[in-house]
Write a protein that binds this ligand. Structure first.
Ligand code: CTP
Length: 417
């Protein structure tokens, strides 16, 4: 049997905390599972472990300096950021997380993290109070919003004789989380569709729409909206983690694809409808996309020029309603159809009307007024409405958490039906 991480190369960024000693054990664990490990140590990490120890265990050179001339000539930090299958940051200190969240890159480790497009897994480790601090929690929300995976921290006794969350996950837990992220483990979520997955949505097919649509006016201009795609992507990620086989139909977004999900990229509402129809059948369909209601009636083949006369009038045509189309299907309708409603005022009133008008089973109403959580932001304040008239209002939560809680509810409804 081949090893779960055979032929995988892992860039291991070791941060400067007492848990750095466990990073040495992590190198061994990763190599036992077949991975090649390239260690990068921050200056802080070198106060706790030496590059020599990391290199000896990895069986290859450990990297430390951004401005090491020999190193740059040899491979350079950009290549370092590319020549692997994943990046693991362990321990991820509060400082390193802050640098990652803000894109501040004063050293080799943070430069590599900024330059990489590889999947990233972080194993936070810090003092309990530092972990609980709103700044760290904000950075965590930013990082997860950027698609970074997190393992731990665990709760337990800490170096400073305090107890609480902050201990770095154990090396075997980090290795398991990495396998899950890469889809190489036996119970892992996999980048491809869900063979052999476990979880409350195991064996279910899930379709999610996400992001805005772009409706072209001419070759250089389009109509769009402020949707970031974060909420839809978070739902798709949570559904994959729950064991589902997920197709995500996404409009143009700048956030990374969620792991373990089949992603179909589209631009316009009409293309989104076609991709949704092609992705059916599904057990659950969640329409989180902010589909443009209208498109320019005629797309100009060449750029509209100012010609000194009045500004051009934009004639609009209505786009197909994707949610209403699927919710109204006579044959092959998904068992659970969930709509979203982004409202700025009279949220519940509009949401109730929308639930009935669209014909969906559940409606997630989110308040996109400045007080509720501006559209495109990291947090969301949602109300969950059901056809029987019930309404649940949730506290303002990080969109990943909203995604996880929604998926847990959908699984409950599907399980009960
Ligand atoms: N939706 C859709 N296709 C459209 C418009 C909306 O699938 N052409 C879906 C969205 O994904 C969302 C729900 O319908 O799940 C509600 O979207 P929203 O824009 O709030 O509703 P509208 O019908 O456009 O209502 P209004 O703009 O009048 O509030």
């Amino acid at each position: 049997m081949s090893l779960p991480l055979a032929d995988r190369r892992i860039l291991l960024v070791i941060g400067g905390g007492i848990a750095a000693y466990k990073a040495l054990d992590l190198i061994r664990r990763l190599r036992e599972r077949g991975a090649g490990v390239c260690p990068v140590l921050t200056r802080g990490a070198q106060e706790f472990v030496t590059p020599l120890a990391a290199a000896a265990l990895a069986g290859e050179r450990a990297h430390t300096d951004l401005f090491d001339r020999a190193e740059e000539a040899d491979i350079g930090h950009i290549k370092l950021a590319r020549r692997a299958d994943a990046v693991v940051v362990a321990p991820a200190t509060a400082n390193l997380m802050a640098r990652m969240a803000t894109g501040h890159a004063p050293d080799l480790a943070s430069t590599v993290l900024l330059a990489t497009t590889l999947p990233i897994l972080i194993a936070p480790a810090m003092n309990v109070r530092m972990w609980a601090h709103p700044a760290t929690q904000r950075n965590l929300a930013t990082l997860t919003g950027d698609g970074v995976r997190v393992v731990g921290p665990n709760t337990g006794a800490m170096a400073e004789a305090e107890t609480g969350p902050g201990r770095m996950a154990e090396p075997h837990e980090i290795a398991d989380a990495l396998e899950e992220m890469l889809g190489t483990g036996t119970g892992g979520i996999g980048f491809l569709a869900g063979r052999g997955r476990a979880g409350p949505l195991a064996g279910r097919r899930v379709l999610v729409t996400s992001g805005p649509t772009h409706e072209p006016i001419d070759p250089v201009r389009y109509l769009a909206n402020r949707s970031s795609g974060r909420q839809g992507h978070a739902i798709a990620a949570a559904a994959a983690t729950a064991g589902a086989e997920v197709t995500l139909v996404s409009g143009p977004v700048t956030i990374p694809d969620p792991p373990g999900v089949r992603v179909v990229r589209v631009e316009t509402a009409r293309a989104m409808l076609a991709a949704v129809e092609a992705a059916l059948p599904a057990d659950l369909a969640v329409f989180a996309a902010a589909v443009a209601d209208w498109r320019p009636a005629a797309e100009q083949g060449s750029k509209i020029k100012k010609d000194g006369s009045a500004p051009p009038a934009l004639q609009l045509a209505e786009n197909p309603d994707i949610l209403a189309t699927v919710a109204g299907m006579r044959a092959g309708r998904p068992r659970l159809v969930v709509g979203f409603a982004a409202e700025t005022d009279a949220v519940l009133e509009h949401a109730r009307a929308k639930l009935a008008r669209k014909g969906c089973d559940l409606l997630v109403a989110n308040d996109v007024s400045p007080a509720g959580g501006v559209m495109g932001g990291a947090a969301n304040t949602v109300h969950l409405l059901a056809r029987d008239g019930s309404v649940e209002t949730w506290p303002t939560l990080d969109k990943d958490e909203v995604g996880r809680r929604l998926v847990a509810r959908f699984a409950q409804v599907l399980g009960a039906g």
